[in-house]
Design a protein around this ligand. Structure first.
Ligand SMILES: Cc1cc2nc3c(=O)[nH]c(=O)nc-3n(C[C@H](O)[C@H](O)[C@H](O)COP(=O)(O)OP(=O)(O)OC[C@H]3O[C@@H](n4cnc5c(N)ncnc54)[C@H](O)[C@@H]3O)c2cc1C
Ligand SMILES: NC(=O)c1ccc[n+]([C@@H]2O[C@H](COP(=O)([O-])OP(=O)(O)OC[C@H]3O[C@@H](n4cnc5c(N)ncnc54)[C@H](O)[C@@H]3O)[C@@H](O)[C@H]2O)c1
Length: 453
């Protein structure tokens, strides 16, 4: 194996794999260094295992719905080990494919091990030295466990949730947090039959999301009997001889016999221990790496993409950044730059949330009275026969006389698959009139988006 490359990426997650893929397609000699599993967070402990579990949890809801449609089915018992084993087998196939096809077909070298900078152009991995004309830092991030809470280390994060819980489904779960990961895990475990307690510790759940989404999701959590404690703070955690946990709150209350305490209170960038102190690369106080509009650090041949730059922490963002960087650096396409605004995202709760652009609150703060909204809520036809009657809520946030759409927010069955197409139109500058002029498809929930008044 060579030791000098045109480009080396550190980290074979969504960002690192995409830059070596695109660069190698233009003929660059590339290598990617990975200390863990190929595919990084998304494939191994993020989007992919989460989405498989989300499908499982959706089926659990569908079993209730099937009865309401007249089927004589009973919920039965979930074989947790089977679900987890099949999920992990699927992931194993993806990581094998990365190694056997994706990298080898493109002639990309895989260097296994933990990379550290020796200086601005040299990287050391397990005592071996590698150099490159261009280096891309794509080391992602890791979930945090608060250090100030005695016994907090008895809890787990999303990493261990996906890596370690292969034997038994935790029956009693406490999830701490109010963002993507907390809500996705809380709702999937609730649907799979666990008793779930959600703790916000005085913070606002889904703080930056449109209030309509926050209120609708909260109602659903309450309807689904997720036990929510908005204000109590965890004071300490004790582990019992049977490995269960007792969790004590600052208000004197406690919860006992907990199988899993899941911390979902945010992630930190992986910039520690990678030898940045041996380089001239600037690092922000929060550990993220500042980059310009070409994802270039202050050292001109070193770049950073993905979660490490602290912008939208999403797989398609890391992938798009890597591909566009490859186009710019080796494909003579200088204008292929990232735009980090107006990125559509889906939160895989039950029902899912899909959102893009400004919330009504943020839009009014920025544009005042020039903002107008269109909203609708309805029981979608699917739920017209079910006992749960889960409502769908939609909101369009529009700006000015021309009513340019600057925000689109939805929660309800099927919105996860609805958003992508509308995202194209909104990114192209669609107005409310454009939506109105689009003939609806009937009968689908999405038709409400083009018929709102
Ligand atoms: C539970 C969860 C669910 C998620 N769900 C979604 C979702 O549904 N949709 C979505 O778009 N996003 C989702 N995300 C976010 C998404 O996973 C990340 O945005 C994405 O993985 C970021 O890619 P990355 O390349 O920046 O980093 P990563 O994917 O984290 O890859 C970084 C890689 O670098 C390696 N590495 C780190 N340091 C070194 C070193 N010094 N030497 C060698 N290798 C190193 C790591 O082992 C890792 O493999 C989810 C995240 C989590 C945690
Ligand atoms: N479906 C998806 O696309 C998806 C799914 C999961 C994660 N992600 C990405 O990964 C990122 C990280 O997810 P995340 O959920 O870890 O972070 P997040 O920033 O979305 O949420 C962290 C939450 O923890 C809360 N919090 C912080 N400290 C706390 C404390 N001490 N006690 C209680 N709550 C506390 C915050 O108020 C916030 O609600 C997301 O921002 C998102 O970009 C995306």
């Amino acid at each position: 194996m060579s030791t000098h490359y045109d480009l080396i990426a550190i980290g074979a997650g969504s960002g690192g794999l995409s830059i070596v893929e695109r660069a190698s397609e233009y003929g660059a000699k590339t290598a990617v260094i990975e200390s863990g599993e190929l595919g990084g967070t998304c494939v191994n402990v993020g989007c992919v295992p989460k989405k498989i579990m989300w499908y499982g949890a959706s089926l659990s809801h569908s079993l209730d719905d099937a009865q309401d449609y007249g089927f004589e089915v009973t919920r039965g018992k979930l074989d947790w080990q089977k679900l987890v084993a099949k999920r992990d087998n699927y992931i194993g196939n993806i990581t094998d494919w990365y190694q056997d096809s994706f990298l080898s077909d493109r002639g990309i070298d895989l260097i296994r091990g933990f990379a550290r900078f020796v200086d601005n152009t040299t990287i050391e991995v397990d005592g071996k030295i590698y150099t490159a004309d261009k280096i891309v830092i794509a080391t992602g991030g890791h979930p945090v466990i608060p250090s100030h809470v005695p016994g907090a280390e008895y809890g787990i994060t999303s990493d261990e949730f996906f890596n370690d819980l292969d034997e038994r489904q935790p029956q009693k779960v406490v999830v701490v947090g109010g963002g993507y990961i907390a809500l996705e895990l809380a709702m999937l475990m609730n649907a799979l039959g666990s008793e779930v307690h959600l703790l916000h510790q005085g913070r606002t759940m889904l703080r930056k999301f449109d209030g309509m989404l926050r209120r609708a999701l909260r109602k659903q959590l309450d309807d689904d009997k997720v036990f929510i404690n908005d204000n109590a703070m965890i004071d300490r955690v004790e582990r019992l001889n049977n490995d269960k946990l007792n969790i004590f709150y600052d208000d004197g209350s406690s919860i006992g016999n907990v199988d899993s305490l899941i911390w979902a209170v945010g992630r930190r960038p992986n910039t520690n221990n990678i030898g940045l102190e041996n380089t001239d690369i600037e690092v922000n106080d929060d550990g993220t790496i500042p980059v310009d509009d070409e994802e270039r650090t202050n050292v001109s041949h070193i770049f950073a993409i993905g979660d490490i730059i602290g912008k939208a922490q999403l797989t398609p963002v890391a992938i798009a950044a890597g591909r566009r960087m490859g186009d710019r650096l080796y494909g003579n396409k200088p204008s292929r730059k990232m735009v980090y605004d107006d990125i559509a995202t889906v939160m895989f709760t039950h029902p899912p949330i899909a959102t893009m652009g400004l919330s009504e609150e943020a839009a009014r703060e920025q544009h005042g009275d020039a903002v107008k909204t269109y909203t609708t809520d309805f029981v979608p036809m699917y739920h017209s026969l079910t006992r749960h009657q889960v409502k769908t809520h939609m909101k369009l946030v529009v700006l000015g006389e021309e009513e340019k759409i600057i925000g689109c927010h939805m929660i309800g069955t099927g919105v996860d698959e609805m958003m992508q197409g509308f995202a194209v139109a909104i990114r192209m500058g669609a107005t409310k009139q454009d939506f109105d002029d689009t003939i609806a498809i009937h009968p689908v929930s999405a038709e409400e988006l083009v018929t709102m008044r």
